[in-house]
Each structure stands twice: as C-alpha cells, then as structure tokens.
Design a protein around this ligand. Sequence first.
Ligand SMILES: Nc1ncnc2c1ncn2[C@@H]1O[C@H](COP(=O)(O)OP(=O)(O)O)[C@@H](O)[C@H]1O
Ligand SMILES: [Mg+2]
Length: 218
Amino acid sequence: MLELQNITKTFTTGEAVTPIKNIDLKIEKGKITTISGESGTGKSTLLMIIGGLLKPTEGKVLVQDKDIWSLNDEEISNLRSKTYGYLFQSSVMIKALTIAENIEFAAKVSGREISQSEIEELLDIIGIKDKKNSLPHTLSGGQRRRAMLAINHARDPEIIIADEPTNDLDKHWKEKTLEFFKHWRDMGKTIILASHDPEVEALGEIKYKIVDSELKLK
Ligand SMILES: Nc1ncnc2c1ncn2[C@@H]1O[C@H](COP(=O)(O)OP(=O)(O)O)[C@@H](O)[C@H]1O
Ligand SMILES: [Mg+2]
C-alpha cells in the first residue's frame, strides 16, 4: 500500500547533502515500522518523503499503487488530508481556533463528524481538558504534541507518521503516547515512527536504521 522505489534526496541549499540514497522500502499495512539513526542521518527527511510532504530528488513514492508526485494538486491534498495523519514537531493547529475547535475542524476536513462528548473524552485522555477553550499558543510543547494526538485520532487516517513523538514528554505522557500508537495499530492503521528513543523503537514490529544514507533492517 506504501512503497518507496529507489529514493534519493539531495539538498542543494548551501553545500549539497544527500541524507537519503537509493532507498527501496515497502511499508507493511497494519504494522508499526520504526526508523532509527543518529541525529542528522535523515530520519525526518525520509519520513517527510514517505508522507508525501517532501519531493524526492529521484525515485517514486507509491501510495495505494499511485505515484504521489504524478498526482494533481487536488489529489495530493486529498491524500494528505484523508489518508495520512502527521505528528511532527512543526505540526500546526489553526491559531484562531480553540483546541476543541481545532479537533472538530480536523475531523471535518477528513470527512468525519465528532461529537462534543467525544472531544471532551479525548481531551481527558490526553490530560488537557482544562485547555478545551484555549488557543493553541497557550499550550506547552508537550501539551501541543498531545493535542496533535487527539487531532489525529479525530481524523482517523489510514497511515500515521510521527517524528520523534516522545520529545518533550515526561514518563507518564510518553507511556500514554505509546498507547495511542498501539491502539491505532490494533485498529489496523499503518504506523511509521522515526525516533532515537529506544522505547519508541521497542514498539516497532519492523525496525530500520539509517546508516550512511542507506536503510538497514535491524
Ligand atoms: N531543508 C533542508 N535544507 C538543507 N539541508 C537539510 C534540509 N533538511 C535536512 N537537511 C540536512 O539533511 C540531513 C538529514 O537531516 P534530518 O532528516 O533532519 O535528520 P534527522 O531527522 O535524522 O536528525 C542533515 O545533514 C540536515 O542538515
Ligand atoms: Mg529529525
């Protein structure tokens, strides 16, 4: 359902770097795949390519047998808003909407409805019920990360991609976050996690590591 064919990414801003070179990868549906590697080895770059957010210099990204970069703008934005869920450090909420409204809006964009009681239940699970009517900028980094969990849960995408999902989280919220991934996997979702955190990696059913711009099975 998700396949990379001979992917290379070279950044040419400043001195040219090629963190990802000739990578072939088939992501297994309904499983948790982890990507580890030292800082700066290309985990985030690879995740963004897998997620159709960054265009590779060479190679193809196939999602449901379609080549992402041959789709038109509408098809690609549909893919991003309906098929994929993203948890990135830079993931943004809508500034002018409250946390509850952001969750509601995210569900709507994905073609789903979510009730107020479901929103409250989700906010309770992620421990920010008191932030229901607050704007995103009033949340801490860790709270924002947890809010993104709720947003992705409300959107219910087939494929969930997360970059260093446990950064800024204490032990308790780290465990809760990992529970979300397990729960999504149990619901048949395809999960791809990039992290240097051994506890995140331990969730992986298929584990890769980036070494010298190549992807190795661990
Ligand atoms: N937009 C960019 N422009 C130029 N270089 C980049 C860009 N994004 C990442 N890089 C470089 O690519 C390499 C891999 O970065 P990244 O994918 O962020 O690694 P990781 O997530 O494993 O820490 C690094 O050398 C980084 O400096
Ligand atoms: Mg990174």
